[in-house]
Write a protein that binds this ligand. Structure first.
Ligand code: FHN
Length: 443
């Protein structure tokens, strides 16, 4: 990064207020669907299968020759995303395998040349838009098919020494690949109307790695912003220090311990997570997260000011794995009654401490605070230091009042501090809601 010719360059002129405005729909939405779909769905054992099993391009060709998702019904996918409470979706237009799910002018290695023959991206965009969802494209910077993409440390052929690197790459030219990539990114941003999100993936600077100069990231992002001025871009083109080079951070498959900051300023972020570990369809993977974990991921993200992009890996017939269907339905059941604690919400103001075993979110527009009960309390829920701050309390799922009182003297444990506390009287039996939410109307 330090040696890069582009360091400190400014890509986009915008005030912090303008940026906030541009991202407003996305920060309000909080919940999106990631879709990893490509030829690897046929192997059904991870989207990195070509790399993991060191499959040659010739051997991998069989997947291209038979790809035909005859049951693909994007309207059905869109309905499922919406019913789960998702407001946007991001699909792989090309993953690392290099196969394009759109009808590109610049390659033959594309969906329209498979038995399926139609432009999946076009069908997908139309259906998701019709359902009122915002549209995002994932595009892999990495490409294991293009003949000019240099063989690196993450390539199926994995390079470990300088000799190997020179030998394998003597006829490869990244300048040609850069141009190809730029052309394809231009294609996806000019052929399908307004695109809300671009999700580039990923950089790995270092020995036999790749970063901004390999991708031509500055030129690429400049072009993207010119073509789609409202677009929101992830942070994986290796331009973290370039103004306008990215919009949001992307913690992947882990939980952040607090709202991420740069120079003391909280930054937009979205965690991307899988149901089971793999992003692409993986038939024999049995490590699926349960409903409570998935809801917990969503709530916890919002409680720290972030979004959740939850991934589905459709099968090669073009349908969601039954396990994904069930998981989405369950999340949707919860969202139907509790999404008010998610949409438009963010981290609670510092003055509110989360009661035991709970997560807080807050809606600054309505001035309401949400307590998510991860572990259901016994009759009373103590609100530490909330005295004088709360007007009314109710369960969110059924709008039933929850009575507020001050802790009784004998209940305070002789602790003077507790005189600032409040108690909520909750029913002994846990309501039939995976994670019950209490809505507090604040003063
Ligand atoms: O290698 C990819 C992986 O297959 C998947 O696409 C995820 C999604 O964020 N990104 C990469 C790893 O960081």
């Amino acid at each position: 990064i330090v040696n890069s010719a582009y360091s400190q360059e400014k890509i986009w002129n915008e005030t912090p207020e303008q940026k906030k405005e541009r991202l407003a729909w996305w920060t309000d939405a909080r919940f999106g669907m990631f879709i990893h779909w490509g030829l690897y769905a046929q192997a059904a054992r991870h989207e990195w299968v070509k790399n993991r099993e060191r499959i040659t391009t010739e051997e991998y060709q069989k997947y291209f020759e038979i790809f035909n998702p005859d049951l693909f019904d994007p309207a059905d996918w869109a309905k499922k995303a919406k019913a789960a409470g998702m407001k946007y979706a991001v699909i792989t237009s090309k993953h690392h395998e290099g196969f394009t799910m759109f009808d590109s002018k610049y390659t033959d290695y594309k969906v329209t040349n498979t038995p399926y023959s139609k432009d999946i991206i076009k069908e997908w965009v139309d259906a998701f838009r019709a359902e009122g969802l915002r549209i995002g494209f994932y595009y892999s910077l990495i490409d294991w098919h293009h003949p000019d993409y240099t063989i690196d440390s993450r390539h199926p052929q994995r390079v470990e020494t300088k000799e190997e690197y020179d030998k394998l790459n003597k006829n490869r030219d990244m300048a040609v690949y850069r141009e190809y990539m730029k052309n394809q990114v231009r294609e996806i941003l000019t052929s399908y109307g307004k695109i809300d999100i671009l999700w580039l993936d990923f950089s790995f600077p270092g020995e036999f790695g790749k970063g901004r100069d390999d991708w031509g990231s500055v030129e690429l992002i400049k072009m993207v912003r010119e073509l789609q001025p409202g677009i929101i871009i992830d942070d994986r083109a290796d331009l973290q220090d370039v103004d306008g080079g990215w919009d949001f951070m992307t913690p992947e498959q882990y939980k952040v311990d607090k709202w991420p900051e740069i120079d003391g300023k909280k930054i937009p972020w979205e965690t991307c997570q899988t149901f089971s570990g793999s992003w692409g369809y993986y038939r024999d993977e049995y490590t699926w997260k349960d409903n409570k974990q998935l809801l917990g991921l969503l709530i916890e993200s919002v409680s720290k000011g972030g979004n959740l992009l939850l991934n589905v890996g459709p099968t090669a017939r073009g349908v969601f794995d039954e396990r994904a269907d069930v998981a989405l339905e369950k999340m949707g059941e919860w969202m139907k009654f509790n999404s008010r604690s998610i949409y438009g919400c963010t981290q609670a103001p510092n003055e509110f401490e989360a009661p035991a075993n709970s997560l807080l979110t807050y809606n600054p527009e309505t001035n309401r605070l949400y307590i998510h009960l991860l572990d259901y309390p016994l009759q009373k829920l103590r609100l530490p230091g909330y005295k004088g701050k709360v007007k009314y309390a109710q369960f969110l799922h059924d709008a039933s009042e929850i009575r507020i009182s001050e802790p009784r003297q004998h209940n305070r444990g002789g602790d003077d501090h507790s005189t600032g506390d409040l108690d909520l009287s909750v029913p002994v039996a846990k309501p039939n809601v995976e994670i019950p939410v209490i809505e507090l109307f604040l003063n």
